[in-house]
Every structure is written in C-alpha cells, then in structure tokens.
Design a protein around this ligand. Structure first.
Ligand code: NAD
Length: 267
C-alpha cells in the first residue's frame, strides 16, 4: 500500500456530496480505506462502488440521530478493523436571523452542526485510543469568524464547533488524538442552492448550470481570482489526517483564498 494515508481507516460524514465526496476520493487515492456516511443510499452506494468495495463502504446515517451516529462508527470498525481518522463534515444551511429566529431552527441547527460533532467524537475516541491515536477533523466555517458569511444560527454554531475543537484537542492530545477544524471560505458546492438533498431533486443539467454560475460568481469574491473548490478542502483534510500534520492540534485551518482578510461592509 502506498500513499499519505496508507493503512489508515477514515470515517467521513456527509460523504455523498461536495466537500465530503471530494475528500472520500482523495483519501482513497492516498491509500485510506473510507467509510462514507450520508442520507442518500443511492448516492452513497454509487460512490462506494466507484471507489471499490476493498476501499470504501457506504453506511446510511442521518447525523441528527444519535443511534445512526453510533452505528456508523461501529460499522467502520467492524468492516475495516480500526479507526484512525474522523472527518465530521456533514452539515447544511439553517434558518434564522437575529430578529426572526425560531426555537425549532435553533434546535435543528444544534443537532445538525454541533451535537453531531460531539457525539461522533465521543463514539470514535475509544477506537482511536485502541490504535494509539488518531486525527479528528471538524468542518467549521469562516461564518464562525466573520459577519454575514452565513446566517446567525449557522455562524454561531460553527464558532461553537471551532471552540469545541480547541477544548477537545487539549483533552485528547495526551491520548495521541489530534483535533482540528478546517474553516472553508466560499466553496462551490450544492450547499449554495439549499444543500445536497435539494440538489438530488434537480436534473443533472440544472445542477451543472448552477455550479458553473456559482463558480463564476465566487471567483469574484476573494483576493484569489478563482472559485474555492471542494478539492481545496479535501487537500486540507488530507494534511490534517496524515502524518505530515502530526504536530498540528487545536488548530483552525482557514482555507478561503484570503476572503477573511477582506473588508466587509456593515449592514
Ligand atoms: P453539500 O451540501 O454538498 O454537502 C453536505 C453533506 O452533508 C451532504 O452529503 C449532505 O447530505 C450531508 N448532510 C446534511 N445534513 C445531513 C444530515 N442530517 N445527516 C447526514 N448528512 C447530512 O455541502 P458542502 O459545502 O460540501 O458542506 C460540507 C460541510 O462544509 C458542511 O459542514 C458545511 O457547513 C461546511 N462548509 C461549507 C462551505 C461552502 O462554501 N461550501 C463553507 C464553509 C463550511
């Protein structure tokens, strides 16, 4: 086996679309065995087939369900015998602004974006400990760092994910487990038109048209004159997952083409 992740087993949530899908592809290319989770069985099984059954397994998991999360961790260890890398990637848009937020929007956002990260970590850690360590990567966002990069509920919860990551890294570091976030900037994925569940309902041609238009627009939104791509975040996850990142812990790796250094107009 060759590659930067040779011999490692990774669990990637929300692996059926966007950043998660690109990370599954790159991790397998780099020698990892990957368990990808998500809600769409059709997309998940198709991706696992494409990556090859020796390298990839799809497990159905809605990350708002405690039971699904626990099952996905157990399925990974059962299929590939160990767990080295966890990429808590699943997420999507939430509703709610400062003056019009509703309790159910907050509750749903917490379960989707924060509870999922904390519970998956809890279930994964004993398996990583059994191997002498591991790497946990949480997909946060520049919305947790700046105004108007997402709505209020989403932004506050991504900030919580980043802070949870720092605290968990302090606690788990002595066990050989590094915990880091990636904060992507504007990355061209279906999240911009309501998330992958909505993209699944649209014809391929419509998704391709939306993606091309999105990439043209995002190319104008950063100091780096091109759109952020899912592959850019997959490369950051590869660094944090691999031994190249073995001294990186409690860190927030911003991958945004310089967007957070730009001045944003007040409302
Ligand atoms: P995407 O919509 O292409 O992918 C999101 C994935 O999460 C999909 O597979 C989706 O099915 C899954 N998901 C959503 N809700 C789920 C649930 N309840 N249970 C299981 N899976 C669920 O979007 P993406 O841009 O690839 O998003 C991936 C992560 O990156 C998210 O956490 C998102 O908040 C974060 N992020 C994205 C950007 C961006 O600009 N695209 C920027 C910052 C952060």
């Amino acid at each position: 086996m060759t590659g930067k992740l040779a011999g490692k087993v990774a669990l990637i949530s929300g692996g059926t679309s966007g950043i998660g899908e690109a990370t599954c592809e790159l991790f397998v290319e780099e020698g990892a065995q990957v368990v990808l989770t998500g809600r769409s069985e059709a997309k998940g099984n198709a991706l696992a087939d494409r990556l090859g059954s020796a390298n990839a397994l799809y497990v159905k998991c809605d990350v708002t369900s405690d039971e699904d999360i626990r099952n996905s961790v157990e399925a990974a260890v059962e299929r590939f015998g160990r767990l080295d890398v966890l990429f808590n990637n699943a997420g999507g848009p939430t509703g709610g602004g400062v003056l019009d937020v509703a309790a159910d929007q907050i509750d749903y956002g917490v379960r989707l974006l924060l509870t999922s990260v904390m519970l998956t970590t809890r279930y994964a850690v004993p398996h990583m400990q059994a191997n002498g360590g591991g790497s946990i990567i949480n997909n946060s966002s520049i919305a947790g760092l700046r105004y108007r990069q997402g709505n209020i509920v989403y932004s506050v919860l991504k900030a919580a994910v980043s802070h949870y990551t720092r605290l968990a890294g302090v606690e788990l570091g002595p066990l050989g487990i590094r915990v880091n976030t990636i904060s992507p900037g504007a990355i061209a994925t279906p999240i911009f038109w309501g998330g992958s569940a909505r993209a699944n309902t649209l014809p391929n041609a419509e998704n391709e048209r939306k993606m091309a238009k999105l990439q043209r627009n995002l190319a104008k939104a950063t100091p780096t004159p091109r759109s952020g791509l899912a592959h850019d975040i997959a490369e950051a996850a590869l660094y944090l997952a691999s031994d190249a990142g073995s001294y990186v812990n409690c860190h927030d790796l911003v991958v945004d083409g310089g967007r957070t250094s730009m001045f944003f107009e007040p409302p």
